[in-house]
Design a protein around this ligand. Structure first.
Ligand code: SF4
Length: 339
């Protein structure tokens, strides 16, 4: 069978850091590339995403998210392999059950882009994906726990699976009466918008539950007209669109960048959901923004924007029953002024 257009674009991704730098007119940065970091977690970035990077700018916020650097190989106390306690929350092969009422499926280990700060960059995907074995472990966990009303597809990127594979799961989920919502966490509509094709939207339309698609963009420059078209197609298929971002030093750690991200997302029909403090995964320490700065940035967003454009500033803490709000706004404590 011919590969789909998105599958072809996936295969054509840039995988060589030096090719990426050459495409951007930044050959002189090659000395900063870490072959060791690239060997541990290979570079991968779709050409459509490269096209949104600024030519000749070594500080480009999209480039910084994907370029393997020496800093990743320096051990930093407090940064480990399982930053958010995924291992302890395992409920079955590729199934993570942390929060009341929700089960998260690590659907696959594949991603179209490799984000250097990824909290699952050391996840043992080879043994731990839910799609392997026809989703059997995931279906057992969900069917056996009537409190699970929401199924989250995560990864890796769940939309890296072919649509018929996703339909295999949702066809089986229809037989579980207590499932009431489906959530999909994906970066693909941002980095490879071709993924939102007619087959995918037809599948979304066919689903019997409300579907929430949580995309992941960290900077306004990640949006372009192709992304807008993909977002519109997802909305036309009935999905509710939210964005989660990670607060990253050198990428979006300014009030202007975060305001622009929320405004550009809104223009594409996506409301901000979470702004995550970095998960302390080994290799990502150089992206960390301290809490005082994060809180100050968040206060600026509250002061400058309508409330619906302000994401919740949160941290995931292993063992907690929900994401932890840094501002206390979720619990009514230390509530900042509401615009
Ligand atoms: S797309 Fe998501 S899961 Fe994949 S590398 Fe990036 S942050 Fe990690």
């Amino acid at each position: 069978m011919q590969p789909r257009r998105w599958q072809q674009a996936w295969r054509e991704a840039v995988r060589d850091p030096r090719e990426l730098l050459a495409l951007l007119g930044l050959r002189e940065l090659a000395q900063d590339v870490s072959d060791a970091a690239a060997a541990q977690f290979p570079l991968r970035v779709p050409r459509a995403f490269v096209a949104r990077m600024r030519h000749g700018d070594p500080s480009d916020p999209l480039l910084r998210q994907v370029l393997p650097l020496d800093a990743e190989m320096r051990p930093v106390p407090g940064f480990g392999l399982d930053a958010v306690g995924d291992g302890a929350a395992k409920a079955g092969q590729g199934v993570i059950h942390k929060y009341q009422g929700r089960a998260l499926l690590v659907a696959t280990g594949s991603c179209a882009v490799h984000c250097r700060y990824c909290f699952r960059r050391h996840f043992p995907y080879a043994e731990e994906t839910a799609a392997a074995g026809g989703w059997a472990a995931a279906l057992d966990v969900i069917a056996g726990d009537p409190s699970i009303e929401e199924v989250l597809l995560s990864g890796g990127d769940p939309l890296s699976l072919a649509t018929p594979k996703l339909a295999e799961l949702t066809d089986a989920l229809r037989a579980i009466p207590h499932v009431r919502r489906l959530r999909i966490h994906t970066r693909l509509p941002i980095v490879l918008p071709e993924r939102v094709d007619a087959e995918l939207t037809q599948w979304l339309r066919s689903l019997p539950w409300p579907v929430v698609v949580v995309v992941h963009a960290n900077h306004a420059n990640e949006f372009d007209t192709d992304v807008d078209t993909a977002m519109q197609a997802l909305r036309d298929a009935g999905a509710v669109l939210l964005n989660q971002a990670v607060l990253l030093r050198g990428v979006n750690d300014s009030a202007d960048a975060l305001v622009a991200l929320s405004e550009r997302g809104l223009a594409a029909g996506v409301l901000p959901y979470y702004l995550h403090q970095l998960d302390r995964v080994a290799g990502a320490a150089h992206f960390e923004v301290d809490d005082a700065t994060a809180l100050s940035l968040h206060a600026s967003l509250v002061a400058r924007q309508s409330g619906y454009l302000v994401p919740r500033l949160v941290r995931e803490v292993a063992g907690d029953a929900s994401k932890r709000a840094l501002t206390g706004v979720d619990h009514g404590r230390n509530r900042p002024p509401v615009a």
